[in-house]
Design a protein around this ligand. Structure first.
Ligand code: FES
Length: 56
């Protein structure tokens, strides 16, 4: 599912980035550019990070 429509970023890409050690939103923004345009996806991206970290 697309999380960031502006940059075409999916939840799978975000999960993989978190698993690769990008556990803070700031790091995700730098590597994937999620949230770098309108910002509407930031909240959902942060929820995905939290859910992914909860699994570990
Ligand atoms: Fe992610 Fe716009 S939807 S920056």
């Amino acid at each position: 599912m697309y999380v960031c429509l502006c940059r075409g970023i999916t939840d799978t890409q975000i999960r993989k980035a978190v698993q690769a050690g990008k556990t803070e939103f700031r790091q995700l923004k730098q590597s994937l550019e999620v949230g770098a345009q309108c910002g509407k996806c930031v909240r959902m991206a942060m929820e995905i990070i939290a859910a992914e970290l909860d699994k570990t």
